[in-house]
Design a protein around this ligand. Sequence first.
Ligand code: FAD
Length: 393
Amino acid sequence: LSARVVVVGGGFGGATAAKYLKRNAPDLDVTLVEPNKVFYTCPFSNLVLAGMRTMDSISHNYNELRELGVRVVHTTAQDVDPVSRTVSLGDGSSIRYEKLLLSPGIDIRWNAIEGYDQAAAEQAPHAWKAGDQTRLLRRQIEAMDDGGVFVLTAPANPFRCPPGPYERASLVAHYLSQHKPRSKVLILDAKDNFSKQGLFMKGWKDVHGDRIEWVGLSGDGKVTRVDAGKREVETEFGTIHKASVLNVVPPQKAGFIADRAGVTNESGWVPVDPVTFESTQVKDIYVVGDATIAAPMPKSGFAANAQGKVAAAAIIAALEGQRPLEPSWANTCYSLINPEYGISVAAVYRIQEGLIHESSGGVSPSDANATFRKLEADYASGWYSAITQDTWG
Ligand code: FAD
């Protein structure tokens, strides 16, 4: 099977797809376009913020993919012409494709919250893409005065990693309990419900006492304006909160290349055929990961990896003139309340009447004992090793 497949984005979805394309059809000509030589995962970046892990331990490279025969090009895809089936690259060159797979992740919706633009993110980091933003937020947390308030603002759905803001609040609280015990964490949320809410709330009470305060939408938690210089936020009904460290998790959309390729709809995300993850708008372009509309699957690294495999198989089937297999996906998201206390949500998804449905799933029990919670924390580490090995290793 010889054909040219171009993959844009070497994160969870794209690296997995490139690997499984090449592994399952070694004669395919597979090019992976990714600007970064080193990829830092968002999963476990909250542990870096809490001083539990190093940046090095969440870094991955593309050596194994190269060894497998994937051509890895470190540049940005600037544009896509679906008529001539060409991707133009940041270095001025362009490549043709028979099939294109995009896994560009998210872009921030700058100024969706008044005052929150790229310059503001240098003072009030989002750290919702891992790397320099993670380092910046870590430095700010370390420099924080004892007695200060870490303010985290969380967006409305949909967004990358539904439990992510609440795990971050938990692990920052853990760090503060050890190093700055008079400090607090305040979460200002643009919604009234969040992932694993019952388990988080119980975990916070059990482990962190009253260190973490959460204010939902109906309690005036929606932030509408940010003054990054003053580290202040203003809510919908005009309350001003002053932070010692301000972490804004802003509204998001699909990475810009999805727009350029014409695969996004008015929501800013990408509608796909759930069986193949081919765009419903542009033929021969497949999209996986956070950029897609795949609810009820969450925007998670686990889901992006699973979708990458499904799309790779669908591309190979299409090139061979065969019908795609009917897929099934799994997802598990672990979160840590502290290093000894893990919680999880898991689900299996299948196609029903042409749509993705959760066919089984649930969260870990709320009355579990300390041994169980410690085991879940251990499983989280096991999960991280396994998925990163499957994606880049
Ligand atoms: P990404 O992994 O972000 O990859 C996108 C890649 O595309 C990037 O490398 C980028 O450089 C590249 N790219 C973008 N545009 C272009 C372009 N034009 N040209 C070339 N390359 C481009 N998920 C879990 O499953 N478990 C967890 O425990 C977990 N924890 C998280 C904690 C936090 C704090 C956060 C923020 C997220 C967490 N996630 C977790 C979610 C996970 O990070 C994302 O769901 C996952 O990264 C999505 O994969 P993706 O391939 O869509 O995007």
